[in-house]
Ligand binder design. Structure first.
Ligand code: ATP
Length: 208
């Protein structure tokens, strides 16, 4: 089974590209979905986070108040690191389980959509690695429009992540999503050909 890595920066267009893969019948394992599941009330991840952050981060229902936790970790790098460290093992095993289920089903190509593909070293499982890049101004504008946040909030979220240019440098294939959706679709069609045909990978200097 070929596991294609898909990553990028916040608001760079990963989900948009991931939807294109799904629309072309290629299953996607979405790390954000896995991450939501590992924080569900009563799970191991939920218990760890509760022990580290206290009951203040819970809603009356006992579920984690995600926006509140998000606010805490985005303004405090140490807490962000702590949260990542606590949840990383649960997220990795959740992702492995999803990959395994698709392997059992006989899928030949799947996509791993993981925002922290490099940071969590999961890029080692994937080939080719696709990075969805966008220019900084467009990234800021799209993030503000999507989340209804100020430029300051959006910038602090962008700056809390590994630089998108650094991710681009580590990619096998870069999709530049600074243009229109039509532009994106056009690039995607070409990428899809390469993803499906390893014989074309030498064009990217990739070994098979
Ligand atoms: P996150 O990491 O926050 O989940 P993401 O990388 O998955 O973000 P998307 O949600 O796919 O990014 O895209 C961010 C926003 O930009 C969305 O509102 C999306 O509809 C919009 N968008 C993505 N690509 C384009 C494009 N080429 N033209 C216009 N809008 C776009």
């Amino acid at each position: 089974m070929r596991i294609v890595g898909l990553t990028g920066g916040i608001g760079s267009g990963k989900s948009t590209v991931s939807n294109l893969f799904k629309a072309h019948g290629i299953p996607v394992v979405d790390a954000d979905v896995v991450a939501r599941n590992v924080l569900k009330k009563g799970t191991g991840g939920w218990r760890k986070v509760l022990a580290a952050f206290g009951e203040d981060i819970l809603l009356p229902s006992g579920e984690v108040d995600r926006p509140k936790l998000g606010q805490i970790v985005f303004t405090d790098p140490d807490k962000r690191q702590l949260l990542n460290r606590l949840l990383a093992p649960y997220i990795s095993s959740g992702i492995i389980l999803e990959v395994f289920k698709l392997w059992i089903k006989g899928c030949k190509i799947i996509v791993l959509d993981v925002p922290l593909l490099f940071e969590a070293k999961m890029y080692k499982w994937t080939k080719p690695i696709i990075v969805v890049w966008v220019n900084p101004e467009t990234q800021l504008q799209r993030l503000m429009a999507r989340d209804g946040t100020t430029a300051e909030e959006a910038s602090s979220r962008i700056n809390a992540q590994m630089s998108l240019d650094l991710k681009r440098d580590k990619a096998d294939i870069v999709i530049d999503n600074s243009g229109s959706l039509e532009d994106l679709n056009e690039q995607f069609r070409e990428v899809l050909v390469h993803v499906k045909n390893p014989l074309t990978w030498t064009e990217f200097g990739l070994s098979r």
